[in-house]
Design a protein around this ligand. Structure first.
Ligand SMILES: C[S@@+](CC[C@H](N)C(=O)[O-])C[C@H]1O[C@@H](n2cnc3c(N)ncnc32)[C@H](O)[C@@H]1O
Length: 424
């Protein structure tokens, strides 16, 4: 077990609480987070934002922007702009610049809905959603994920037995940090002392700060004075962390647990995995699995709870309210909340437990008026995949991955795996 001799030591973070370096790859997520929390309230029509940004950039980078530039490209340019200007926090930016960015970020949320019918992954967790999520995971309903924490640590115990160790642990979607603490608690002192850095990758800056506060008083972390803690506000899809390798250790270890990988369709999951493993790094990930359909009905029932609905809807409702949707519209959307089981296209035994709502036509019209495109009426707030184990193993193998370790507790609905690339 990890060291617990903290009573004689000064917790490492007590005197430099805010020293954790944060690297912000998804500035628009941080800006949306502030906006949704009501900390900034600009209202600039999107058409104006376009022409203003166009002007701004053509002054700075002649010829870079054109009228027809896609929003994604604009956002990339905006990110470059933040770095160019040396901004570290959004409070340093001018209100008009923020307005434009918010207009574009909000637009990109609705574009995602238009293109995929689903809210952008990670979106429900920012803004007020972040606080609601922390409440949710402390509640009974969330047993659906927390029950597997012990299995996770048992699996870790089987991994580090032969003196294998990793210097850099990268936690993807750290939530409230429960898995980070559980990891440190379950490793031997010997293995723990070899860890040089813990990186958290998540869309939610406020969530990261919350976790770092917990680390300030964590006895194991306090006992590791040289441990570096790094926050990366980023999408899983975008993050690149290069492994520092030498003959004494095995590169980076990514930990992607808490069924977060189940929020992605299998091909999207594989794309993200490609990015992590390109340099030979390994990934611990869990998958929700099922043996027969009745297990899915039980889980569906749990997802139908009011708390889950309120959490998944809260940020979308805030945006819709700002676009001018009335309370009766919002109530109608709220009442339409439902959970359904949907097979994944081309992978029929991969079943998504979909949380969905219906937007009334008048709301679709409001969105069209503002952004100039039509979103579908029926939209998915979040997906949570459960897969047949044997089919999952087949798919991963046929896409060039080996499951070097695989751990399942009889009768439980998770498997924990150590995933490595077999084809470079
Ligand atoms: C289902 S929670 C799991 C959290 C934690 N592992 C647990 O079990 O409590 C998903 C986490 O991933 C983050 N997240 C979801 N989609 C993301 C994305 N595309 N990029 C970055 N973070 C994302 C959320 O902010 C949240 O912290």
């Amino acid at each position: 077990m990890g060291s617990s001799n903290s009573s004689t030591q000064i917790p490492r973070f007590q005197h430099k609480e805010f020293s954790t370096p944060y690297k912000i790859d998804s500035m628009e997520a941080v800006i949306l987070d502030h906006y949704l929390k009501g900390l900034i309230q600009p209202s600039v029509p999107i058409s104006m934002a376009y022409s203003q940004i166009n002007k701004l950039y053509s002054e700075r980078n002649p010829g870079v922007l054109t009228q027809g530039m896609e929003v994604e490209k604009l956002l990339t340019e905006l990110r470059r702009y933040y770095y160019d200007c040396g901004y570290e926090t959004i409070d340093q930016m001018s209100p008009s610049f923020l307005s434009k960015t918010i207009a574009l970020s909000v637009r990109s949320v609705f574009e995602n809905i238009r293109d995929t019918g689903v809210l952008p992954s990670g979106f429900p967790y920012i803004g007020p959603g972040s606080d609601m999520y922390f409440d949710l995971i402390r509640s009974k309903e969330y047993e659906v994920s927390r029950e597997s924490l012990k299995d996770y640590t048992d699996f870790l115990g089987t991994l580090f037995v032969n003196g294998t160790f990793y210097e850099n642990l990268i936690f993807l979607g750290m939530g409230d940090g429960a898995e980070i603490s559980a990891t440190l608690n379950s490793l031997s002192d010997h293995v723990t002392k070899k860890i040089k850095s813990i990186t958290m990758v998540d869309m939610t800056l406020s969530g990261m700060k919350h976790v770092v506060e917990k680390f300030n008083v964590d006895p194991i972390i306090s006992s590791l004075p040289d441990l570096e803690i790094i926050g990366r506000v980023s999408r899983f899809e975008d993050v690149k962390i290069t492994a520092r390798r030498d003959e004494t250790y095995s590169g980076n270890l990514y930990l992607w647990v808490g069924k977060t990988s189940g929020n992605f369709k299998i091909l999207d999951y594989l794309n993200i995995l490609n990015g992590f493993t390109a340099d030979g790094s390994s990934v611990i990930t869990d998958f929700g699995i099922y043996d027969n359909k009745s297990e899915l009905l039980y889980i569906k029932n749990q997802y139908e709870g009011d708390r889950n609905r309120d959490f998944l809807l809260s940020n979308l409702v805030t945006l819709l309210k700002d676009l001018g949707c009335s309370n009766s519209h919002l109530n109608e959307i709220n009442r339409s909340f439902r959970v359904s089981l949907q097979p994944e296209k081309d992978f029929q035994t991969f079943i998504s437990i979909n949380s969905e709502v219906t937007l009334p036509n008048s709301v679709v019209d409001i969105i069209e008026d503002r952004f100039g495109f039509i979103v579908p009426n029926d939209i998915t707030l979040m997906q949570s995949y459960r897969r047949k184990m044997i089919d999952l193993i087949d798919v991963l193998q046929s896409y060039g991955y080996s499951l070097n370790q695989l751990y399942r507790v009889k009768g439980k609905s998770d498997i924990f795996t150590l995933v490595e690339r077999t084809i470079s």
